[in-house]
Design a protein around this ligand. Sequence first.
Ligand code: IMP
Length: 430
Amino acid sequence: MPNVVVVGAQWGDEAKGKVVDYLAERADAVVRYGGGSNAGHTVTAGGEVFKLHLVPSGILHAGVTCVISAGVVVDPSILVREIRDLTMRGVAVSNLRVSGQAHVILPYHRLIDGLEERSRRRSAIGTTGQGIGPAYADKAARRGLRMGEFVDDGRRADAMRVRLEAANELLTKLYGHEPLDIPAIITEYDAYAKELSAFVCDTAPLVAAAARGPKGVVFEGAQGTMLDLDTGTYPYVTSSHPVAGAACVGTGVGPCSIDSVVGVAKCYTTRVGAGAFPTELTDSIGDHIRERGREYGTTTGRPRRCGWLDTVVLRYSAMHNGLRTLMLGHLDVLSGLDTVRIATKYRMGGLETDDLPYDLAAREDVRPVYEELAGWSEDITSVSSFDELPEPCRAYVARVEELIGIPVWAVSVGPGREQMIRLPGRRIVT
Ligand code: IMP
């Protein structure tokens, strides 16, 4: 198997876990390269539903090394809980490895995330409240705590104390908040560190070796292109780089080791939190999509904003990620609509454009230009080959391919592993 990056082509929640799970079966390693417990990857296998936040989706395959690499921010309390849950359900975690260079989320990161959101008032981002932004801010300011130091019994207490004391200054003086109980936190995190120390190592040589091997590596993106700190709708973005290029930062491989990039998109669009969303639907069709698609956050339970497929976004995503092919998911959710729409262009200031404006978040004059196609009414959830899909559904997929200029490799008709359907003749490496 080649080395493949799986990346969200929209605003996250595209069901990347399903593609990673499929590819993991043939891979040596699955590497999570960014984000933290803001992500929620749902994998349905053997009728069981697994909701993962930090552990890579490949964990359900015995023998696959699962790596949390340097670009991830790790909340030890959440990772410990996830490891315990998986173990209790009979999933072996002995192949999990965590980079000593990954940064640690401490309780004040969460607290500051919430306090900053409150202070933004009407321009709040709608973060997941997991402390992601403050943890990446500490990393960039070169005052973060890394997993290697965290699991070192000789260094942990002092390293945590220094950071917690600085955080207490900020909390009490800037936000008028109660100070954190430093000794209690150090004791609590001592237990996490002891549980996690067996998993922490230098992961880069493992990934590099797997990438040179016959089976290859799957790089698992979290969130989506439009939430990328640079590429997304800043400032309504996350604080990491979900784009494919980030798979080559701190993981152990460079760009020449990547053989293909697979984008994952839903056949409609969703977004959680605030920020631009040109094709958003606030009517009964939006409700249809939300209810049929179970569009509620895996991490926060928040209802997701829903809208029509936006191929301006997908073309932008194809460019920024170098997408070679696409998995177009959730086709079953659009069943039952007389007609379906695809945004093909934007109209802005009286002009039409094929391209996404770099300052989308700041513009109020962007209107999607839609094309209307025939819908399909059949229940397609048990269809197992592309040719059996209703003709309007196949025509929809073909039109999406035409509009974004890259081939669709697979579609999905439900959450199960077996509900992902490959298109005849389509390949991951093109
Ligand atoms: P943060 O990553 O918690 O700081 O949140 C920043 C923005 O990214 C908010 O709009 C969140 O709703 C969004 N976000 C973060 N993680 C995810 C995800 O996994 N899926 C969808 N949206 C996300």
